[in-house]
Design a protein around this ligand. Structure first.
Ligand SMILES: *Cc1c(COP(=O)(O)O)cnc(C)c1O
Length: 216
C-alpha cells in the first residue's frame, strides 16, 4: 500500500530531508493515494505527462521536474513547477532564464552533476558547475538552489558511495563560498536513498519504493 510505503520511508527519513514522490508513469489515482496520505511534493520527468496531471491534482501539490527538458517544451513545465531539478546544460539554463524574464517570474533550479558511470547520463561536469556558480550573473530570473545527481545503477555500494561523496564535496564547497539561496542537495532514489542521506542529502527522489513498479 502506498500509504504504508510512505509511512515506512518517513519513519526513517530525517525530518529535515524533503521527500519527493516520483510519480512518473503512474496514474493520477495512485498519486491521490499518496496525496491523501499527506504527500505534497511530486516529481515528473516528461513535460506532457506533467502538464496533463497538474489540473487533475489538488492545487497545493508542489511539482518538481526531474527529466531531460528540451527548450521547446518549457511552456509545458515552467508554469507549473516550483523546482526544475534537472538543468543539465548552459543552453537550457539560458532558455529558462529567458522564459522567466518574459513571464516576470523567478525560477528555482538545481544543476545536475554528471555522476554515474553510464555514458548516457546527462549533466554538467564539476568544473562547469563551479564556473556557473562563481560567474557574476546579473539576471535575477533564475535561482540556483543546489545540485542534483543520479548515482550509477549498480549493486556496488562502494561505487555509489564514492559518487555521493563526490557530489557532497562539490555541494559543500559551493555552499562554503557563500552562494546565496544554495541549500539543496538532491541525491538518492529507491535503491540508494539511505546512503544518500548519510552523504548529506537534503532531498531524496523516490518512485518505486512508494508506488511500486512503473505501470506504463
Ligand atoms: C525515475 C527517477 C527517480 C526515481 O527512481 P526510483 O528508482 O523509482 O525511486 C529519481 N530521480 C530521477 C531523476 C528519476 O528519473
Amino acid at each position: 500500500m502506498i500509504k504504508d510505503n510512505l509511512h515506512e520511508i518517513n519513519s526513517k527519513l530525517p525530518s529535515d530531508v524533503t521527500l519527493v514522490a516520483v510519480s512518473k508513469f503512474h496514474p493520477v489515482e495512485r498519486l491521490m493515494e499518496a496525496y491523501n496520505a499527506g504527500q505534497r511534493v511530486f516529481a515528473e520527468s516528461r513535460p506532457q505527462e506533467l502538464a496533463a496531471k497538474v489540473p487533475q491534482m489538488p492545487a497545493d501539490v508542489q511539482w518538481h521536474f526531474i527529466g531531460h527538458l528540451q527548450t521547446n517544451k518549457l511552456k509545458l513545465v515552467l508554469p507549473y513547477v516550483s523546482l526544475v531539478q534537472s538543468v543539465d546544460s548552459l543552453h537550457l539554463l539560458q532558455a529558462i532564464s529567458a522564459w522567466a524574464v518574459a513571464h516576470n517570474k523567478v525560477i528555482d533550479v538545481l544543476l545536475e552533476l554528471h555522476l554515474g558511470a553510464e555514458e548516457t547520463k546527462q549533466g554538467f561536469t564539476e568544473d562547469e558547475i563551479l564556473s556557473l556558480c562563481h560567474s557574476e550573473r546579473s539576471e535575477e530570473s533564475i535561482r540556483i538552489r543546489g545540485l542534483m545527481g543520479m548515482a550509477s545503477h549498480t549493486e556496488d555500494r562502494a561505487q555509489v558511495e564514492g559518487e555521493f561523496a563526490r557530489i557532497e564535496a562539490l555541494y559543500k564547497r559551493i555552499k562554503a563560498s557563500g552562494m546565496e539561496d544554495f541549500d539543496t542537495l538532491s541525491i538518492g532514489m529507491s535503491g540508494d536513498w539511505p546512503l544518500a542521506v548519510q552523504h548529506g542529502a537534503t532531498m531524496v527522489r523516490i518512485g518505486t519504493d512508494i508506488f511500486g513498479p512503473r505501470e506504463y
